[in-house]
Design a protein around this ligand. Sequence first.
Ligand code: RUB
Length: 315
Amino acid sequence: MPIEEVEETAEAIETMEIRGAATIAGAAAAALGSQAAASEATDPEAFEAELRAAARTLYQTRPTAVSLPNALRFVLQDLEGSTVEELRDTVLTRTQKFRADLEHAQERLGRIGANRLRDGDVIMTHCHSTDALATVEHAVDAGKDIEAIVKETRPRNQGHITAQRLRELGVPVTLIVDSAAHRYLNDVDHVLVGADSIAADGSVINKIGTSGLAVNARDRGTPIVVAAQTIKLHPGTLTGHTVEIEMRAESEVISKADREKIGEITVKNPAFDVTPPRHVDAIITERGQYPPESIVSLMRELYGDVDEEPWAEPN
Ligand code: RUB
């Protein structure tokens, strides 16, 4: 049985108290570490079964951000050790390494992404991405004046978090409703977004509305830049799997009272969408900047031989 901390982390991810692909990955790795530290298993098989069960609880929370299974895989794949103590040490060491790597990767990505931003540039953001904001933070630290037009990002308004973080960095912010994006793209030098998953063909899966924004940006000739650490690369897409798009509750879109007033309707609430590579100018990772079509080479190098689900029960 997973420990309470694992259950609580899973619940917090599912309800979006913990949200955003990088943050979800860090929290999931930490929860696996806690499971290992607290385990009272007396034999290696029982210990590994506990870890797999904890990983499955975390894995089932949100389906689109591949950083979550990538984190679980980093910790669990080919566990080394023949005693419970050795296995525990392996899990704890990997958990710490994963979290440290996550932080370093974002820092490095931020420095690379900041090179694209010039003094006086205006960016447009969608949703709240810590990877995207890392690039702004580094540009600001380098003394560049950056302004931001922030889309509110219905239905959960993650744009409000972005606006607040940008204000903390001293960046002037204009908040707009999502449907005003096209109107303001002429005033923007870069659209800057994050990613939940990146597919082998360079498609970017991110918060619903990203693909429409990218189409509008193409129409206006505004470059669209995706800031995404390599834990956002989806290894399953190398073997033909597609990325599952999470559907969320209709209550995020409309209140019960409004829905009843309108009458019989269907409400759909997909949380993410797919932006094809032809609408993306660059993907910035901690390993450098890539045209979307060439990201597959990096994906093969980093994830070429992954075990797809080390948390599945052995047959
Ligand atoms: C978050 C979202 C973010 C990515 C990248 O969606 O789409 O753009 O997760 O974030 P939600 P980060 O709010 O539904 O989790 O760069 O922080 O990993």
